[in-house]
Ligand binder design. Structure first.
Ligand SMILES: Nc1ncnc2c1ncn2[C@@H]1O[C@H](COP(=O)(O)OP(=O)(O)OP(=O)(O)O)[C@@H](O)[C@H]1O
Ligand SMILES: [Mg+2]
Length: 202
């Protein structure tokens, strides 16, 4: 748990509520949290869903791994502590986006169950949708879109998820999408359909 350092701080509410913003945008502000091995397809799938929702006229945004590590989290590495802090900050940012009414997607390996559950706990019930982008290590390694597995096997990357660092599978995710079996188009359709069924979009 991160402790509160500052004292004498007060939460300030405005007159425009989350509900007002959602009415204007005609959608619910949610966090769609993609988790899975490197190369499982989190970014690819999040971008496909983003494109689809954007076409339907929705306000969407993707927070993606490396991009965030270039800025907000540039002072963090890949130790368990830094990974936890990485996810904590992303969880807080995603929560702000969702509060703004945006359909917010995050595409991070987020290998630790506890870290993901803490991100979940920041949001109201039904506003955190965890999607396990599942794929075997063999397929992820075969894809190796960034050449990272090769480097990890060669010992050039330490603490690489699936090789030299753990990945803890979600126990009760809202969705599991096996990208070794389901193609990209179908995977994106499953997500959009889930959002409709759960009244995130109409
Ligand atoms: N059904 C599918 N859904 C998503 N990606 C797929 C699918 N089938 C094959 N792929 C391919 O798998 C690769 C997934 O790479 P991607 O960068 O999206 O993974 P990632 O989970 O974001 O990895 P990282 O954690 O390293 O960022 C891409 O090359 C993509 O084209
Ligand atoms: Mg990615």
């Amino acid at each position: 748990m991160t402790t509160q350092k500052a004292t004498n701080i007060t939460w300030h509410e405005g007159d425009v509520t989350n509900k007002d913003r959602e009415q204007l945008l005609e959608q619910k502000g949610v966090v769609i949290w993609f988790t899975g091995l490197s190369g499982s397809g989190k970014s690819t799938l999040a971008r496909a869903v983003e494109k689809e929702l954007f076409k339907l006229g929705h306000a969407v945004y993707v927070l993606d791994g490396d991009n965030i590590r270039h800025g907000l989290n540039k002072n963090l590495g890949f130790s368990p502590e830094d990974r936890a802090e990485n996810i904590r900050r992303i969880g807080e940012v995603a929560k702000l986006f969702a509060d703004a009414g945006i359909i917010t997607m995050t595409a991070f390996i987020s290998p630790y169950r506890n870290d993901r559950n803490q991100a979940r706990a920041l949001l109201p019930e039904k506003r955190f949708i965890e999607i396990y982008v599942k794929v075997s290590l063999e397929i992820a390694e075969e894809r190796d879109p960034k050449g990272l597995y090769k480097k990890a096997r060669a010992g050039e990357i330490k603490e690489f998820t699936g090789i030299s660092a753990p990945y803890e599978e979600p126990i009760n995710p809202e969705l599991i999408i096996d990208t070794g079996v389901t193609d990209l188009e179908k995977s994106a359709r499953i997500v959009v359909e889930y959002l409709k069924q759960n009244s995130v979009i109409n």
